[in-house]
Design a protein around this ligand. Structure first.
Ligand code: ADP
Ligand code: MG
Length: 301
């Protein structure tokens, strides 16, 4: 098959591993920087070009679209879909997963366990918003944050009020969430491919930090997940419409709760922690599922 990996940087571990795994299975692979693609939007024969040449003959693409280029990156994925090229994650699913409020609402609608979460645009009822999540300690998150940067633990009511007001003053969108203390500064990353959790790891925050992000100094460990965690992760990915997803779960007293569903989950941590060849599993999934024109949406939505 001819497979395109949509990624800004061929040197990244995940990009590299996917390319390597595809080549090992005798596929032709090209890493395509989505920001360098330009497109012809026409109903007759949509095309994509890169450096003066048409990108043609692809059987499948693997989108690895970073949060900072979601807008243009998903447009490129959508164009491939319009051309009938199979995308392992479809553009609508990527867009959906990038909007934290929309994702949480979709998951809640289908009965997935979530931390109790509140959000509001105005600051007038800050107190009431805090009450919705049952008071301090609570977690406040910037909607656009990644790698744990915009995530704050407010231990007291006063701290919660001042942090919420400070964020509001900056005119940024936030959500307020029940603090799952019993997770003990750790979370579970379930790596879903198709309808299976193919690998799982536990991330543990560094001493004194409640955030388990590896970028914040967290460490990764192999973990055995429960059947309930497994089915929660698979259902969450399915609700988002993602074939490849990193589902982050907190172990709470009231069962597994989903924190977020990532549409371009990294491979380094999970392959290191588990020794599982995640890249090859993704390529094998594509071999089984990629068909010309098989995308569900064909660029709709
Ligand atoms: P980001 O998108 O920046 O990674 P997350 O929502 O994943 O933000 O939060 C970062 C980390 O903070 C999580 O991996 C988890 O360890 C911790 N965390 C987030 N929300 C909660 C919560 N409600 N209760 C306990 N810990 C949390
Ligand atoms: Mg996270």
């Amino acid at each position: 098959m001819k497979i395109g990996i949509l990624s800004r940087n061929p040197e990244l571990y995940s990009t590299n591993r996917l390319a390597e795994a595809a080549r090992e299975r005798d596929h032709e692979v090209k890493v395509i920087d989505p920001l360098r693609c330009y497109m012809n939007i026409t109903s007759h024969r949509p095309t994509i070009s890169l450096k003066g040449e048409l990108l043609e003959g692809y059987d499948a693409v693997i989108p690895r679209i970073g949060a900072s280029i979601t807008f243009y990156g998903t447009a490129v994925v959508r164009q491939f879909e319009m051309m009938g090229v199979y995308s392992v994650n479809e553009s609508v699913a990527i867009t959906r997963s990038r909007d934290k409020l929309r994702s949480l609402q979709l998951l809640a609608r289908k009965g997935i366990g979530l931390p109790v979460t509140g959000f509001a645009h105005s600051t007038v009822y800050t107190q009431d918003l805090i009450n919705i999540v049952r008071g301090a300690p609570l977690v406040i998150k910037l909607l656009e944050g990644t790698q744990g940067i915009g995530v704050v633990l407010a231990e007291t009511q006063n701290a919660a009020e001042s942090v919420i007001e400070a964020f509001r003053g900056l005119k940024t969108n936030i959500l307020v969430q029940e603090f799952i203390k019993e997770a003990n500064s750790s979370d579970i990353r379930c790596f879903v491919v198709g309808s299976k959790v193919i690998a799982a790891m536990k991330r543990v925050g560094k001493e004194g930090d409640f955030r388990s992000n590896v970028h914040r100094g967290g460490t990764v460990h192999k973990v055995k997940i429960t059947p309930e965690e497994r089915s929660t992760a698979v259902r969450a990915a399915k609700i988002m419409g993602l074939n490849v997803a990193g589902v982050d779960i907190l172990r709470s007293n009231h069962g597994p709760v989903v924190m977020e569903v990532n549409s371009s989950p990294g491979l380094r941590g999970i392959e290191t922690a588990t020794g599982i060849n995640v890249a090859r599993t993704i390529v094998e999934f594509i071999e089984k599922n990629a068909r010309q024109g098989k995308t569900n949406t064909k660029g709709r939505g």
